[in-house]
Design a protein around this ligand. Structure first.
Ligand code: HEM
Length: 535
């Protein structure tokens, strides 16, 4: 059910009057013209049945690249425009915070980078970002390879067991396998802890999944039920959540204690030059604890680790899941990827250097991120009134917004916008090879790879915010290169050894979302050993 601003239902009228009064003031103060934003009227049923970002896409096509979504008394501004996204995320980034997202994540991540207040964020970002330096990433590529190898060995063993029964194929939920793989990698990369989840189950793994499940559940709810007094103790799921959280906290605190006991203080430059490939502990925690002049308390370190554990786990697992889902529907692209892998790697391991030669595979990873961005929406709240710039569609004067406006920057809409992409819903990794002009859109400088020299993967800079899988501006993902290389290595090692087919029809793979887009019942695939690969 949708309506435009000229045809608004009574239920939202009061709120819109208040908003309009405030817009009037903002526009007066900012010298902008007074215009009212198109309104999409969401029904409660839009929250159920199908992921919300699907409806946001339909309304984007109907109402334009900036519109207001009203859910009863609650309203969000939905942005699907690179110029406006650039303004919010980069040019005027510090006029916004994470709004609802911080409310949801704060109980889990504390003052970790994602929900942190501005002061804490500034301090911690300065310390954490240098931890993702080149030698660390190179060492991580080895970790990606080691962990992926464990997954491939497991699949081989399952295939061997089937072979003894005369079967050449096994059927596996690859989403769940990727989730285990990504958990093992993030544990080792961030705090040098081997969850071993590809091959085992343990109480700590269960606690991590319990916590992720709760984070996911909270992010699909609009009502902060967990803030109810006594909910922690009275609601069984909340009790379980508190127990899971305590379990992980105890584990992280122990790791922090050990790291502090073996601290070897050094300046950042020295830390970045350590022999990472041969270090027993190349983790980010080691880097953070050893950094001279930064004495983060245990609580802050716990928050940092927990944030990266959650931010870097399901997101990467989801990229791998959707990359396989897409490839399985495009056998000729799958074969092309395998040919590239064969010619670059042969039967060898993926290295830091070989990633640079896997051109097509890297594009497959980014194309999967274009079609299935994780998360599909970025959430912001304005800290003060602001004048959004005019987008390429709709009102060219832009819109004034009052302080406290909740905003969804729909990465999904941007990535599938028919105004920027040819065949936006098609899986075409090759599209990133084509240099595009600005298409004559004022204020948007178009696609131009030369704007990001040396970048291995297309990013928001080359597309001037039409493609922003890791966000943009100061709050951009710190783990982007880590995640992209991790996905490339894992995908290379899977396709090097196995042929993959979907078990049923692609339409049977239902989508659900919380923080990421994942499947409802798993990505069930048939796997068999590639015929041209000798073991
Ligand atoms: C922030 C995506 C992997 C750590 C973000 C943001 C996005 C994103 C879109 C910006 C959020 C916003 O502006 O509201 C992804 C995707 C990943 C991935 C798609 C995998 C494919 C990782 C990994 C790590 C990580 C592996 C850590 C090892 C973070 C952190 C932030 C962040 C700490 C907050 C940055 C800040 O506010 O300063 N991520 N991420 N992410 N990501 Fe990632």
């Amino acid at each position: 059910q949708t309506s435009t601003s000229t045809d608004e239902p009574k239920t939202t009228k009061k709120m819109n009057l208040l908003d309009n009064a405030s817009n009037l003031l903002t526009n007066f103060l900012s010298g902008g013209k007074i215009t009212s934003m198109p309104v999409a009227e969401g029904a409660v049923s839009d929250l159920f049945g199908k992921p919300l970002f699907f409806s946001l896409y339909d309304w984007f096509l109907e109402h334009g690249s900036v519109y207001k979504l009203a859910f009863g008394p609650k309203a969000f501004v939905v942005v699907s425009d690179p110029i406006v996204a650039r303004h919010i995320l980069r040019e005027n980034a510090f006029s916004y915070d994470k709004g609802v997202l911080a409310d949801i994540l704060e109980p889990i991540m504390g003052k970790g980078l994602i929900p942190a207040d501005l002061d804490t964020w500034k301090q911690r970002r300065r310390v954490i970002a240098p931890g993702f330096h080149a030698l660390y990433l190179e060492a991580m590529v080895k970790v990606f390879g080691d962990c992926s190898e464990r997954m491939m060995t497991k699949i081989e063993q399952l295939l061997e067991a089937e072979a003894s029964r005369g079967e050449k194929t096994i059927t596996l939920d690859l989403e769940s396998e990727f989730s285990s793989l990504a958990l093992d990698i993030i544990g080792l990369g961030v705090f040098n802890y081997d969850f071993g989840s590809v091959t085992n189950e343990s109480p700590v793994i269960k606690a991590v999944y319990g916590t992720l499940f709760e984070a996911e559940h909270r992010s699909t709810f609009y009502f902060p039920y967990w803030k109810f007094p006594l909910a922690k103790w009275l609601v069984p799921r909340q009790r379980k959540f508190q127990n899971d959280l305590k379990y992980i906290n105890d584990c992280l605190n122990e790791l922090i204690k050990n790291a502090k006991e073996t601290r070897e203080e050094a300046d950042v430059e020295k830390l970045q030059q350590r022999d990472y490939l041969n270090l027993k502990d190349a983790s980010l925690l080691r880097f953070l604890v050893d950094m001279r002049g930064v004495d983060a308390d245990d609580r802050q370190l716990r928050d940092d680790l927990m944030t990266m554990l959650i931010a870097g786990h399901e997101t990467t697992a989801a990229v791998l899941t959707w990359a396989v889902f897409l490839l399985a529907q495009h056998p000729s692209k799958l074969r092309k990827a395998q040919e590239e892998i064969d010619s670059v790697l042969g039967e060898g391991r993926t290295t830091f250097e070989s990633i640079k030669k896997l051109d097509y595979l890297r594009l497959i990873v980014v194309e999967a991120l274009r079609l299935y961005p994780q998360p599909p929406l970025l959430i912001r709240r304005s800290l003060k009134s602001d004048q959004l710039p005019g987008g390429y569609m709709g009102n060219i004067d832009g819109y004034g917004i009052p302080a406290g406006t909740d905003i969804f920057v729909s990465v999904y809409n941007l990535h599938r916008s028919p105004y920027f992409w040819d065949n936006p819903n098609e899986f075409e990794p090759e599209r990133f090879r084509v240099q595009k002009s600005s298409q004559g859109i004022e204020g948007w400088s178009g696609f131009d790879p030369s704007r990001s020299p040396g970048a291995l993967y297309p990013n928001e800079i080359i597309s001037d915010f039409a493609f922003l899988p890791f966000g943009g501006g100061p709050r951009k993902c710190v783990g982007d290169q880590f995640a992209l290389m991790e996905s490339t290595v894992a995908l290379a090692m899977l396709l090097q050894k196995f042929d993959v087919e979907l078990k049923g029809s692609p339409d049977d793979v239902e989508l659900v979302t919380g923080a990421t887009i994942h499947t409802k019942n798993g990505l069930w695939c048939h796997l068999k050993k590639r015929s041209n690969v000798q073991s």
